[in-house]
Design a protein around this ligand. Structure first.
Ligand SMILES: Cc1cc2nc3c(=O)[nH]c(=O)nc-3n(C[C@H](O)[C@H](O)[C@H](O)COP(=O)(O)O)c2cc1C
Length: 176
């Protein structure tokens, strides 16, 4: 069904149809894949996330959205601090591992992890943002968290690992 005809039948949609159309629409919302991490040593937790958005520059801040059922959720709130590691196209192997294939700190046996600011960070990520929880809003299954950015590490390469149509993808510049 085309976008136009989907819109045309929107008013008489059931909840299920609306949710299904929403999911189909979101498959077209391409986002950079990040790993959000918190904790030290054997208490480290990390999770793959695409619900990461820049918020404002004064103060430097971003938004993340975390499912209340995710293993990262409670530790992140306890620590009040987290890192957001923007993945590079070479790091797609980490997605399955940090989305549930492995549990707990075993996830950190994969990828080149180090510590700074008492947080785990991925050495060869495109960028890492070290954040403190500054505000939050509970909405249905998820927590929307404002992270105040305390420090950013930025790599030279710009080659974001994207998530599009339920799978990894990469970007390319449009040269008109
Ligand atoms: C590409 C991708 C993006 C995801 N983005 C988010 C997200 O933004 N927020 C979220 O709560 N879960 C997200 N998830 C799901 C979590 O990564 C995963 O369900 C989470 O790690 C739960 O597993 P755990 O409780 O074993 O840690 C995403 C998963 C994938 C594969």
């Amino acid at each position: 069904m085309s976008a136009v005809s989907a819109l045309a039948r929107a008013p008489e949609h059931s909840m299920e149809e609306t949710a299904e159309d929403f999911k189909r629409a979101m498959r077209r919302l391409t986002s950079t894949v990040s790993i959000i991490a918190t904790g030290v040593g054997s208490a480290r937790c990390g999770m793959v996330a695409t619900a990461v958005s820049s918020l404002c520059t004064e103060p430097p801040s971003l938004l993340i959205c975390i499912n209340h059922s995710a293993s990262l959720y409670q530790p992140l709130l306890s620590n009040q601090r987290f890192s957001v590691n923007l993945l590079d196209t070479t790091q797609s192997d980490l997605v399955g591992i940090f989305a549930g294939r492995l549990k707990g700190p075993a996830r950190f046996e994969h990828g080149d992890w180090d510590h700074a600011e008492e947080l785990p960070y991925l050495l060869d990520a495109q960028a890492t943002l070290f954040c403190r929880v500054d505000a939050r809003l509970s909405y249905a299954t998820h927590e929307v968290i404002v992270g105040r950015v305390e420090k950013s590490l930025v790599g030279e390469r710009i080659s974001p690992l994207l998530w599009q149509d339920g799978q990894p993808a990469k970007s390319h510049a449009l040269n008109h």
